[in-house]
Design a protein around this ligand. Structure first.
Ligand code: PLP
Length: 419
């Protein structure tokens, strides 16, 4: 019987005869020896396969379409480079993400710039880089852009619209409902569209909506199409990201083809046949290709059993921020029977620094390796230095070889900004 959690790891993962997890041909104990723990490990081929799956699913059904990876989900230059090599554009939401997108070799025309509070400096970086589309969220974005665009040139823009869709996801990641800080209600969007259409410096390319994140039912994502269509006929409709990822065996997000079918059914019903469609997947693009490898530092069997690891909310804020549920395995003891119910906790000085609770594990021991699958999305993104924590490396594994694409922070890095 394969381990019941094995299929939360990237496709092709296996277990060696001694019970050690193997990802992309690499034994996890070897990865721990070479790169230390905690480490975020990415199965590179699985990441590439997912990018291709998205691109093929969309462009085979609607040729005038583009997938742009929402860089915020895994803002590593190496990850952005994989997306570029697989033919995707990049969605960026901040100055640093624009700069890393350029380092990753993206064609600037395929950059889509987001943000509800873009600074003048960030917009300047975007305009000077030649970013294809800036998604304006408010009047002030337009004021700033009109100051920045050189006379005789134009900047392509989309207007971010609130589609009025309440999605069934955690409130912290709902973005499509009236009252969200992102975008404009349709009446306000209409006014801004009229203003942009009259501007000699801006080229209104179309409209954008993003309903939220970790949404399992594609019908909720497709519900944004009709409100966008109601704003008029444009060359481009950007339908955002938001498809849910699988974190646990109970999660049942739609498959990519089902999601694309749902979006395009709505597009066929409401959008001009010749329009360009953009989608911006983030979480569902990267989550399943990565896992986090920790070492158990202490096991406390008292009123409860706490298995504490050498990371926590310093490398994974998802559990603390919105209660994201994860699973985990003792990665060198995959043949052992589960023996107890534990809480897997981090090493940070917060009671909320709980990675997984409850979880059934074999009786954990100090020094065991613990692997948490499905940690590709928004973990590296929000890694931090809480309690003097050194942010972990990002390791790419492929066909039995592994390489760090981001090294672990050093103690010296922690003081780099002292003046
Ligand atoms: N597009 C925009 C504008 C977003 O704000 C986000 C996420 O917050 C995304 C795309 C990616 O969403 P997800 O990671 O849920 O696919």
């Amino acid at each position: 019987m394969p381990h019941p959690l094995l299929d939360l790891f990237p496709a092709g993962s296996g277990v060696d005869s001694d019970g050690t997890l193997i990802i992309a041909g690499c034994r996890v104990d070897d990865l721990a020896t070479e790169f230390g723990t905690p480490a975020i490990v990415v199965d590179e081929e699985s990441l590439r396969a997912r990018a291709r799956e998205y691109r093929t699913a969309l462009t085979s059904r609607w040729p005038n379409a583009r997938v742009v990876f929402a860089s915020k989900a895994f803002p590593a230059t190496a990850v952005q480079r994989v997306m570029v090599e697989e033919g995707l554009g990049l969605d960026v939401a901040g100055g640093g993400e624009i700069l890393s997108a350029l380092r990753a070799g993206v064609d600037p025309a395929l950059i889509v710039v987001h943000g509800n509070a873009k600074t003048t400096e960030e917009l300047k970086i975007a305009v000077e880089a030649g970013a294809g589309l800036v998604v304006v969220d408010n009047e002030d974005d337009v004021d700033r852009l009109e100051q920045l665009v050189m006379p005789g040139r134009t900047q392509g823009v989309l207007v971010r619209v609130i589609p009025g869709v309440v999605s069934s996801t955690h409130p912290h990641v709902q973005t499509g409902q009236v009252g969200t800080k992102f975008g404009l209600t349709p009446p306000a969007a209409r006014r801004l569209i009229a203003r942009i259409e009259a501007s000699p410096l801006l080229d209104l390319r179309g409209v954008h909506a993003h309903v939220g994140s970790q949404i399992m039912d594609p019908a909720e994502l497709a519900a944004a199409v009709a409100p966008l269509a109601a704003l008029g006929t444009f060359p481009v409709y950007d339908l955002g990201g938001g498809l849910g990822a699988r974190y646990t065996t109970e999660d049942r997000p739609a498959r990519v083809d089902e999601y694309v079918d749902a979006l395009l059914a709505a597009a066929r019903a409401h959008l001009p046949a010749k329009a360009e469609i953009i989608i911006e997947p983030g979480r569902s693009m990267v989550n399943g290709s990565a896992f986090t490898l920790y070492t158990v530092t202490t096991v406390k069997r008292d009123a409860r059993t706490f298995v504490a690891v050498d990371g926590g909310m310093g490398d994974n804020m998802e559990a603390a921020l919105f209660g994201q549920r994860y699973e985990a395995v003792l990665a060198c003891r995959m043949h052992d029977e589960d023996a107890e119910e534990v809480a897997v906790v981090g090493r940070h000085c917060e009671s909320g620094d709980v990675l997984i609770d409850p979880l059934r594990l074999p009786a954990a021991r100090v020094g065991d390796l613990l692997a948490v699958p499905a940690t590709g999305a928004y973990t590296h993104t929000m890694a931090n230095n809480y309690n003097g924590y050194r942010r972990p490396p990002v390791v790419f594994a492929r066909e039995g070889e592994a390489r760090a694409v981001i090294r672990r922070e050093t103690w010296a890095d922690l003081f780099d900004r002292d003046v």
